[in-house]
Design a protein around this ligand. Structure first.
Ligand code: ADP
Ligand code: MG
Ligand code: MG
Length: 251
């Protein structure tokens, strides 16, 4: 589904190398988790995959279903089936949540050569999915994320993901700032989207999210590289012992 090879990334503005040869393959139907200390480059990886400005790829590639995405515009990446839920979801004043979602869904359908969703179908679908995430009608009418609490923003990200039905979902610290109930809602929302034809990359600081979204594979990232890959037990090991031993082992 997603294949990242030898990815090197530096900041555009300064001569600072952030990603130093990331290799990672996420298969369809699998959930991969990335854990790692603060500043190891996890968010940078998600930003670069989404096509955010300010980063320069100096080496390596990233393909989605065999297609190079690093040359694509952000909207082309989305049309190709990539979705990112960010650590800090953006607010879009003046644009209603529902309008935004409808436009996004139809733009994506168009890019895939599919017909627009009818208003009736759209309303039916969004109401059902919003209800599952405990997002009320009022939140659907308000401007995107404006004045939403941290938990509401994260739930709204999952609603976007559920509506867009992407092939590859990347979640960057979707658990940060969530209370236990919100984390359960978000995890249930993600788990409901698990599918044979869909891959997930879940970036998280803490093991606790992985109690709810059970990963197939866990990677540890430190200083711009994946230093260790294992099963779910690796996350538990980190929870108990921290990252220091793993980093020392690698060195
Ligand atoms: P993580 O998500 O693992 O905490 P980040 O990807 O946010 O790590 O950051 C990796 C490193 O790159 C950090 O040292 C961070 O300060 C630096 N960095 C990332 N983006 C920028 C930027 N735009 N300007 C300056 N430093 C940056
Ligand atoms: Mg961070
Ligand atoms: Mg981060």
């Amino acid at each position: 589904m997603l294949e990242i090879k030898n990815l090197h990334v530096k900041l555009e503005e300064e001569d600072k190398q952030i990603l130093k040869g990331v290799n990672l393959t996420v298969e369809a139907g699998k959930v991969h988790a990335i854990m790692g200390p603060n500043g190891s480059g996890k968010s940078t990886l998600s930003y670069v995959l989404s096509g955010r400005d300010g980063y320069e790829v100096t080496e390596g590639s990233a393909t989605l279903l065999g297609e190079e995405i690093l040359d694509m515009e952000p909207e082309e990446r989305a049309a190709a089936g990539l979705f990112l839920a960010f650590q800090y979801p953006v607010e879009i004043p003046g644009v209603g949540n529902m309008t935004f979602l409808r436009t996004a869904v139809n733009a994506q359908r168009k890019a895939r050569g599919e017909e627009e969703m009818s208003s009736t179908d759209f309303l039916k679908t969004i109401r059902a999915k919003a209800a599952e995430l405990k997002i009320d009608a009022d939140m659907l009418k308000r401007p995107v994320n404006v004045g939403f609490s941290g938990g509401e923003k994260k739930r709204n990200e999952i609603l976007q993901m559920a509506m867009l039905e992407p092939k590859m979902c990347i979640l960057d610290e979707t658990d940060s700032g969530l209370d236990v109930d919100a984390m359960k809602l978000v995890s249930d929302g993600v788990n409901a989207l698990r599918d044979e034809g869909r891959g997930f990359l879940v970036i998280t600081h803490y093991q606790r999210l992985l109690d709810h979204i059970k990963p197939d594979v866990v990677h540890i990232m430190a200083d711009g590289r994946i230093i260790k890959t294992g099963g779910p037990e690796l996350a538990l090991e980190v929870e108990t012992n921290g990252y220091a031993d793993l980093i020392a082992e690698e060195a």
